[in-house]
Design a protein around this ligand. Structure first.
Ligand SMILES: Cc1cc2nc3c(=O)[nH]c(=O)nc-3n(C[C@H](O)[C@H](O)[C@H](O)COP(=O)(O)OP(=O)(O)OC[C@H]3O[C@@H](n4cnc5c(N)ncnc54)[C@H](O)[C@@H]3O)c2cc1C
Length: 376
């Protein structure tokens, strides 16, 4: 077995995107995945390819990544289930319409196609919503896809470009020169990208003071097939508060139409839960919230429920870049609830860093140095 130039640890959507970008540049890439492609948080996600503007840095990475997905969309095979359905942020009350108008102006100033819907416009766009909602913001360029199939496709493209993937291989430790596997063997490489999701920091050579994240558990439920209940990804504006709060537990209306006639229902956020068991109380709160917005959901049967753990940083930005003090070692993790979207931008940033060139967006806000505790 010849030595790889780059070892990518983790075959989730982020590792897959990094592998593809690096393989395309001619690097000999090897992906080490302890399970199978996309089996981690990626398998549990909603797959909303979203633009958010909680901060400039978040906006740049989500927008750039959405453009990259959009450019790829026509190439993605049917199993990735791409749907350019757009998203509507729903204002329940008139007071939230200021947010709608402000965001519309902001997004338009960046050339993003948006539309302000009044109460009637919202009801026409989504007849199953309960009456008398104040309006909404339609994001026409948002899309949805099926995350594990997208990760498999990215890995396959990386393999087509010369990469190899070894599944069922668990890594114990990474360094800038390779990885030590759980069986005690080592694998040398020119450099290493640690994209092991919620496990990424545990694999570092030593703990780095200040560098940390917390798992943030999310529940999802999917209904059986039925007459189409919604046409866009739908989320209440309160979802943003739920995503951005540091409150221990929060629940918000966020649903996605599937092409099959099923409805994917989310979402919840709970900090510091390390187990993935479904919690009936949280699930019930989440479903009740969804039914408040789409009463007809009460007639549908939930066929499956599950949870996933989002790798969440304190400042809600991912960790993408060289690990200080370990030449050749890079981290690509901490994407919380946006990693399906931002995987493609992350892959580009990592490939640019490995090549030592500048990127289409400034990588500084995502680099690890921002989190480090000052040395005495
Ligand atoms: C309920 C929910 C809904 C979400 N919805 C969305 C959404 O709509 N849009 C969006 O953009 N994002 C969404 N996300 C976020 C998104 O799922 C994550 O940010 C993303 O999947 C993170 O990808 P990753 O590749 O970093 O991690 P993972 O998918 O967890 O991949 C890490 C991989 O590393 C492997 N690994 C771990 N340890 C080792 C080891 N020691 N050796 C070898 N391999 C190892 C794991 O098996 C895993 O396959 C959602 C998340 C949740 C939980």
């Amino acid at each position: 077995m010849s030595l790889p130039d780059v070892l990518v640890v983790g075959g989730g959507i982020v590792g897959a995107a990094c592998a593809l970008e690096l393989a395309r540049e001619g690097h000999r890439v090897e992906v080490l995945e302890r399970g199978f492609t996309g089996c981690g948080t990626t398998a549990t996600a909603m797959g909303h390819i979203i633009v958010l503007h909680d901060s400039q840095a978040q906006f740049r990475l989500t927008r750039w990544s959405q453009e990259l997905w959009s450019a790829l969309a026509d190439e993605l095979p049917g199993e990735v289930e791409v749907d350019r359905c757009g998203c509507i942020w729903i204002a329940s009350e008139e007071s939230q319409m200021d947010w709608v108008r402000d965001k519309a102006a902001l997004y338009r100033s960046h050339g993003i196609e948006v539309e302000v819907l009044d109460s009637l416009g919202l009801a026409q766009a989504e007849p199953s919503l309960r009456p008398n909602l104040a309006g909404g913001l339609r994001m026409r360029e948002d899309l949805v896809l099926y995350p594990p199939a997208a990760a498999r496709w990215l890995v396959q493209r990386a393999v087509d470009a010369g990469a190899t993937i070894r599944t069922g291989v668990s890594v114990r430790r990474v360094s800038g020169a390779g990885a030590t596997l759980d069986d005690g063997s080592t694998r040398a490489a020119g450099c290493v990208v640690d994209a092991a999701g919620t496990k990424a920091l545990e694999l570092l050579p030593e703990p780095i003071p200040g560098l940390q994240f917390r798992p943030r558990k999310g529940h999802l439920a999917i209904t059986d097939r039925g007459p189409r209940r919604c046409w866009h990804q739908l989320a209440e504006i309160g979802y943003l508060a739920s995503a951005h709060t540091h409150a221990q537990t929060s629940v918000a209306f966020n649903v996605q139409p599937r092409r099959t006639g099923q409805v994917l229902v989310g979402s919840s956020r709970q900090y510091d839960r390390h187990d993935t068991r479904v919690e009936p109380e949280i699930l019930a709160r989440m479903l009740r919230r969804a039914i408040e917005f789409i009463p007809a959901l009460a007639e549908m049967r939930v066929t499956r429920t599950w949870t996933g753990l989002r790798p969440a940083t304190d400042d809600r930005l991912p960790l993408i870049g060289p690990v200080p003090g370990h030449s050749g070692l890079y981290l690509a993790t901490g994407h919380e609830g946006l990693g399906i979207t931002t995987s493609l931008g992350t892959g580009r940033l990592i490939a640019d860093m490995v090549a030592g060139r500048s990127s289409a967006i400034d990588p500084a806000p995502y680099r690890l140095d921002r989190c480090l505790e000052p040395q005495a």
